[in-house]
Unconditional design. Structure first.
Length: 91
């Protein structure tokens, strides 16, 4: 346990930020899981709408400095590629 008041405050700040980051990370991970289950079920229309919410959640995570910009871009690209592949199969 810290002794100095500034170290105690830093522990409180870190705990608060960690909780905030966990919530934001959980939000975009849940959206990705919903999208992947829709793709597994073959529901292309639902996957296309969920792709937009995934992108929005990833952008919000970047805005809050939870993930880096390139990580979000790479994830969005891969998800978009999966949706397009599913769309090509189900014409």
């Amino acid at each position: 346990m810290p002794i100095k008041d500034s170290a105690k405050k830093y522990m409180r700040v870190t705990a608060k930020n960690t909780e905030r980051n966990r919530i934001i990370r959980g939000q975009y991970r849940n959206e990705i899981k919903k999208l992947e289950t829709a793709l597994a079920e073959g529901d292309v229309k639902e996957a296309q709408t969920l792709l937009k919410t995934c992108q929005k959640a990833l952008d919000k995570a970047v805005q809050k400095n939870v993930i880096k910009k390139n990580t979000a871009a790479r994830t969005k690209s891969r998800l978009n590629k999966k949706v397009k592949a599913a769309k090509g199969v189900k014409k």
